[in-house]
Design a protein around this ligand. Structure first.
Ligand code: PGA
Length: 244
């Protein structure tokens, strides 16, 4: 169960969140939990989560180890700050910051090389779904993201299916729509990394996940977890989702 805080919360607000959130999920060991705050709140989040079962992740990274890349953050920097996970290719990065499938592939390679657990996001926009292109888009995004990566290297990979039309809109894919997309992603992972890998791959659903709809989504055997934006900003709401 992963939280994507996007551009919300200062270090102090992150501390406040964990003060309230940790007691709500103390002893909850059914699900792995990761929270991805903005970069500047990572150290405070890591500190707050020390001794708990909650991992901390970045929302993005640069693929080079270091260099003249103003405003960018490397995998090693995330690790040094105590992050263990990183979101890659979120639709907002693709939409607003020009990230392409090839950039997602470079970032995935860099994250795996460094030992971070990557959460690679794929998903179609509304026009693509309405034009019947969902399968083509998901296939292309997976194929390009997984390009030239071995199954052994990819061991930690997590994929998140996030239909772009469901992000922050209150519209959720039906559990069946999500399950169909997950099955397709799984078959692409099988092609790229082998059948066993595909069977074990964890695929999260993201897009307006809320305490009210998480249970029905998680009832689908294809759905292994959730990537939660808006509803993860409030400790009670994210705890309710985690403990669906
Ligand atoms: P949402 O965002 O839960 O606010 O729809 C999900 C995401 O973008 O990861």
């Amino acid at each position: 169960m992963a939280a994507n805080w996007k551009m919300f919360k200062t270090a102090e607000q992150a501390r406040d969140f964990f003060r309230d959130f940790l007691p709500l999920v103390a002893g909850h060991d059914r699900d792995e939990m990761v929270v991805c705050p903005p970069y500047l709140a990572i150290p405070a989040s890591v500190e707050a989560c020390r001794g708990s079962a909650i991992a901390v992740g970045g929302q993005n990274l640069h693929w080079e180890k270091e260099g003249a890349f103003t405003g960018e953050i490397s995998a090693a920097m995330l690790l040094a700050a105590g992050a263990s996970h990183v979101i890659i290719g979120h639709s907002e990065r693709r939409q607003f910051f020009g990230e392409t499938d090839d950039v997602v592939n470079l970032k995935l390679k860099a994250a795996l090389e460094a030992g971070l657990t990557p959460i690679v996001c794929v998903g179609e926009v509304l026009e693509e779904r309405e034009a019947g292109l969902t399968e083509d888009v998901l296939r292309r995004q997976c194929l390009r993201a997984f390009h030239a990566i071995s199954g052994k290297k990819a061991a930690k990979l997590i994929v998140a299916y996030e239909p772009v039309w469901a992000i922050g809109t209150g519209k959720t894919a039906t559990p069946q729509m999500a399950a169909d997309a997950h099955a397709l992603i799984r078959s692409e992972a099988e092609k790229a990394f082998g059948e066993e890998f595909g069977q074990q791959l964890r695929i999260l659903y993201g897009g307006s996940v809320k305490p009210e709809n998480v249970k029905a989504l998680m009832a689908e055997s294809e759905i292994d977890g959730a990537l939660v934006g808006g509803a993860s900003l409030d400790p009670k709401s994210f705890a309710a989702i985690v403990k669906y």
